[in-house]
Design a protein. Structure first.
Length: 322
């Protein structure tokens, strides 16, 4: 079976770790492809930074800082401090020295003419990931946040201001000229199951869906599309997704996020949706909206719980597929 996951960030990384563990335990040899958000990417100190990709890469390689949830384990930050002293990098965005090695390699390859997809493949070949990572697009589609104090890059709004400045909207730069990457498009076309990770619906999955042609690829797939809620009991599991949802007029609830994606039968994306047990009362309403929902424990706390959530998502997909 070919399984495709769409998402980005720590929630996606933890979910994919669970999916990989479930596949390993099942011993079925299923293939996992991940279509990764590139809207978080940006240029800093002349280097191309790709936070969502790197979170997945480091987590799957087992070299991530599990306590912080991002970056490499055993980091030092001498170079980042020196860049700040020279005024070429803001003090509010710290890059570890090992992490900088990744950014330098990425930028060198990009400057040498490699596509983002080719860079993903080169970076992914260093460790046995058990998963193939694909950029949503090879184009640069940095997310811009619109606020009353002016527009700014998503990273400034997220890291420097901690989403405290109310956002009026989000957009991706040069999005009209973007197209799904070849690897992402092929994976979705050949998928047996498409899973939306418990990632931020607005700034992690939203930019992927904003790539022209991406929604059509997903809706046109014969595979069931099942999402996993990153909202439990009306609260975000991690990060500041509530600020993002408020900006686009969506309530912070598992039900509202599912309705934000929409039922595929009604022109949206979802066939199925997993909610946590505490949100079981959303299941009947979602069924009426055309989304087959199921309530299961969703906390991704360790290998066992992560693998079980992945199994539950696949079981729901199989039920939908008949």
């Amino acid at each position: 079976m070919r399984i495709v996951v769409i998402g980005g960030g720590v929630g996606c990384a933890r979910f994919v770790l669970g999916l990989r563990e479930h596949v390993r335990r099942a011993g079925a040899g299923d293939r996992i492809d991940v279509v990764v958000n590139t809207g978080d990417d940006w240029w800093l100190s002349g280097l191309r930074i790709a936070p969502d990709h790197d979170s997945l890469l480091y987590a799957l390689a087992g070299v991530n800082d599990a306590e912080r949830g991002w970056g490499r384990a055993g980091e030092s930050e001498r170079v980042s401090a020196e860049l700040a002293a020279w005024g070429t990098a803001p003090e509010w965005f710290t890059l570890g020295d090992l992490d900088l090695g990744t950014h330098i390699a990425r930028t060198a390859w990009l400057r040498g003419g490699a596509s983002v997809s080719e860079v993903y493949a080169r970076l992914g070949s260093r460790w046995p990931l058990g998963v193939r990572l694909h950029p949503a697009t090879d184009a640069e589609i940095d997310t811009i946040v619109e606020t009353d104090q002016g527009d700014m890059h998503f990273q400034e709004w997220w890291v420097r201001h901690r989403a405290a400045r109310p956002a009026r909207g989000f957009r991706q730069s040069a999005i009209a000229h973007a197209r799904p990457s070849g690897g992402a498009a092929a994976a979705i076309r050949e998928a047996d199951v498409v899973l939306l990770a418990p990632s931020n619906p607005v700034v992690s999955i939203g930019p992927v869906l904003a790539v022209p042609g991406m929604r059509e690829l997903i809706r046109g797939s014969a595979a069931p599309v099942v999402g996993v809620s990153g909202i439990i009991g009306g609260s975000v599991v991690r990060g500041m997704a509530d600020a993002c949802l408020a900006a686009v007029g969506v309530e912070t609830s598992a039900r509202a996020v599912a309705q934000h994606y929409g039922a595929r039968a009604a022109g949206g994306l979802l066939d199925g949706w997993l909610v946590d047990d505490v949100d079981a009362d959303a299941v009947p309403a979602l069924a009426e909206a055309g989304i087959a929902a199921r309530a299961v424990p969703l906390w991704l706390t360790d290998n066992d719980t992560r693998a079980q959530v992945a199994r539950d998502a696949l079981d729901l997909a199989r039920t939908i597929a008949g």
